[in-house]
Design a protein around this ligand. Sequence first.
Ligand code: CO8
Length: 261
Amino acid sequence: MTGEEPLVLVERDERRRVALVRLNRPRQLNALNGEVMDQLCDALEALDRDDAIRCLVVTGNERAFAAGADIAEMANATPIELLRTNRIAQWDRVRRISKPVIAAVSGWCLGGGNELAMALDLIVAGEGARFGQPEINLGVIPGAGGTQRLTRAIGKSRAMEMILTGEPIDAREALRLGLVSRVVPDELVVEDAMALAASIATKAPLALRMAKEAVNAAYEMSLTDALAHERRLFYLLFASEDQKEGMAAFVEKRPPDFKGR
Ligand code: CO8
């Protein structure tokens, strides 16, 4: 151990079964270098394996969720180095997390920061948050999913405008376009996202996992295949104790006690 501050901080709230993962590179506006991404993926994967935790929140600080990939780290990269290290491939670790993950975004959410937020399941934004894909100003394009996820999130015309101009949008506009699911006062972003996570964490864990998988399939499959996939997941959940418990609790007019089995 070097004694240096970790680049990612984790707080677990076992009572509410949620965890907060905080990007912790404030002086560089949480620019996502390789080490930050390593630590972030390690933390998310550890929480994904942790039965005491059912929903995760990823946040930055009041100035920035993340201002993008680390430009200084990338500036002198060669194509061969990028191919050899294939850094961006590790971003797939983020999308393989099976539990719901909420992005709680304040301040700048740019480039790789926005790509990271979009790779999570939903975004809660503070009023002062700014979302953008400014890579065009650096002579490149979004490389960690931005051209695809932004287009799917807000449609071609607006995604084109954001990606071709590099101009950011504010939180209200992001809400109007469907990039984020809610906008709250800046000082309440983490609190609100954690309350939302706690509410999600009361649901049946296997159903949460299948629901996430089924919604994400909308991006990957044809409608016919995705509907068949959804139906199989739905049928499969009838093998779970939690389905029996959830429906029995409804009939007995009591709250369900889900075990994740
Ligand atoms: N990378 C490295 N350092 C950064 C980054 C970044 N993306 N953003 C900010 N910083 C650093 C600044 O250099 C500065 O450091 P120092 O104090 O040592 O000079 C510090 O953070 C504070 O930044 P500013 O002084 O610039 O703060 P301002 O409030 O004046 O401006 C901005 C804030 C507007 C956010 C400005 O910092 C900015 O424009 N940042 C760059 C935004 C950007 O272009 N992001 C896209 C990066 S490219 C990308 O994300 C491609 C993703 C593809 C995946 C690749 C994976 C390997």
